[in-house]
Write a protein that binds this ligand. Structure first.
Ligand code: NAD
Ligand code: WQD
Length: 339
């Protein structure tokens, strides 16, 4: 297939571009580089050994999106493009709704006009909200997120389910748990701009000397060591999940299907820190501070649907995630270069 990857210069998109090419697909990228650097494309081309066509514009722009579909022959779309910072979404909700919903509508309109019917969408475990029992299962309802960012995921899922039900699309809604890690080459990885919001990139920046110490947000949760449990998933396993979902779309019994992409295991904040320390062979400074508002004590995936229907499961351990993150961060202490 010739696959359009929206947000293909970003963290998860870049790894998925490579996995798609390795699986024999052709890839076209659209990205406005609002949260990524053009340098990632050169790294991808070196790793893939081929040229990757890139269109640099805001996907919420209907005219430009239409022109892209007119110019390129596209068979399917993997849609990553969007803003993803939970805290920023509380401060700038309109930007989040306009970008995350607007880009999906623009994309799906152009897909309809050009008779492209296969879509894989980046959703999130955040759609399960605060009341869902763990492990999370795809059949849980109602989906209610607690931030504007999370609500854009719930709304996007609803928009896509309605369009699919009208017979216009086959959609896989992939609900990611906590993606971490990097490509084994150490040449691409997660490169947050500014102070990292998420745990693994923060630990990696402490390890490389960019931050003084990790703040552990609370150790009084009802868990074994008092810190929160999350289901960390290696970005390479996640990328493989997109290939599996894309190749399954034509065989899906229903036009829309949600899949959890997680390992099925919870790891605490302190366990992840200890694993990272093992990977680098030294201890890292940290202090326990107050809870971060909105954090849930513990959640992880029931990944059995993806195993049964997509034949996909995670293969990489938390130790692999830490070793690969460290290879990327130590080889690229400041992330991707600006030019
Ligand atoms: P990222 O920010 O690294 O990648 C997103 C890419 O999309 C960036 O390169 C950015 O420049 C681009 N982009 C944003 N808005 C755009 C627009 N309107 N037009 C064109 N390009 C645009 O984020 P990521 O971590 O790779 O996440 C990818 C997707 O997965 C997002 O939709 C995110 O919400 C979702 N997701 C991420 C996580 C996570 O923890 N990383 C978890 C669950 C879901
Ligand atoms: C993990 C744990 C923190 C940073 C977020 C989004 C979610 C999804 C993935 C997109 C928590 C603790 C963190 C730090 C810490 N994104 N922590 N010190 O919150 O599970 O999920 O990213 O959909 O929607 O909410 O991930 O990596 O931020 O936090 O102690 O400096 O690490 O409290 O327990 P989270 P995270």
């Amino acid at each position: 297939m010739r696959v359009l990857v929206s947000g293909g210069a970003g963290y998860i998109g870049s790894h998925t571009v490579l996995s798609l090419i390795e699986a024999g697909h052709d890839v076209v990228v659209v990205d406005d580089f609002s949260n990524s650097k053009p340098a990632v494309i050169g790294r991808l081309e070196s790793l893939a050994g081929q040229h990757i066509p890139v269109h640099a514009f805001d996907l919420a722009d209907h005219d430009k999106t239409e022109r892209l579909f007119a110019a390129e022959s596209i068979d399917a779309v993997v849609h990553f493009a969007g803003l993803k910072a939970v805290g920023e979404s509380v401060a700038k909700p309109l930007e989040y709704y306009a970008n995350n919903i607007g880009s999906t509508i623009s994309l799906v309109r152009a897909m309809r006009r050009h008779d492209v019917r296969r879509l894989v969408f980046s959703s999130s475990a955040t759609v399960y909200g605060e009341a869902a029992p763990v492990p999370y299962v795809e059949t849980y309802e109602p989906l209610v997120a607690s931030s504007p960012y999370g609500r854009t995921k719930v709304m996007n899922e609803q928009v896509l389910a309605d369009v699919a039900a009208a017979g216009e699309l086959h959609v896989a809604l992939l609900r990611y748990f906590n993606p971490v890690g990097a490509h084994a080459s150490g040449t691409i990885g997660e490169d947050p701009q500014g102070i990292p919001n998420n745990l693994m990139p923060f630990i990696a920046q402490v390890a490389v000397g960019r931050r003084e110490r990790l703040s552990v947000f609370g150790d009084d949760y009802p868990t074994a060591d008092g810190t929160c449990l999350r289901d960390y998933i290696h970005v390479e396993d996640l990328a493989a999940g997109h290939v599996a979902a894309l190749e399954h779309l034509g065989a899906m019994a229903e036009p829309v299907r949600a899949f959890n992409l997680g390992s099925g295991h919870g790891t605490s904040v302190l366990e992840l820190l200890r694993a990272f320390e093992r990977a680098i062979g030294r201890e890292l400074p940290y202090e326990v501070v107050g809870r971060r508002p909105g954090d849930l004590p513990a959640f992880w995936a029931d990944p059995s649907r993806a195993a049964d229907e997509l034949g996909w499961r995670t293969t990489r351990s938390v130790d692999d995630m830490c070793a690969d993150t460290w290879r990327w961060q130590s080889q690229n202490p400041q992330g991707f270069p600006d030019a």
